[in-house]
Design a protein around this ligand. Structure first.
Ligand SMILES: [Zn+2]
Length: 106
């Protein structure tokens, strides 16, 4: 069974079986977190995982949970709305046959 060396902020260094490690990756943010439960104080410890650590944990057999933020939390992707965006928005409305009369002048 593979063993991972981790550090609890209260209890210090310890070795845990690989199955005790949980890995969560946020690809859009380019970051990851690993978590474990301290075997001495039962504290759930969560720490940032570097890309190298993510790769090492995955290659050792840890199943990574992949999470992407909803688009609304990712922030603007491409600057302010353009005329082309408005044109695409109007076409999308027309495709759903729900374009109000007020949008006909766009
Ligand atoms: Zn501890």
């Amino acid at each position: 069974m593979a063993i991972v060396n981790v550090t609890c902020p209260k209890c210090g260094d310890q070795s845990l079986p690989l199955a005790a490690i949980t890995l969560t990756e946020f690809p859009l943010l380019g970051m990851g977190l690993y978590r474990f439960k301290c075997k001495y104080c039962s504290l759930i410890v969560s720490k940032p995982a570097t890309v190298k650590q993510q790769i090492q944990l995955r290659s050792a057999g840890v199943q990574a949970q992949i999470l992407d933020l909803p688009l609304t939390l990712q922030g603007p992707q491409e600057g302010p709305m353009t005329d082309d965006d408005l044109r695409k928005f109007r076409i999308a409305l027309e495709q759903y046959n729900s374009c109000p009369e007020d949008f006909n002048g766009l």
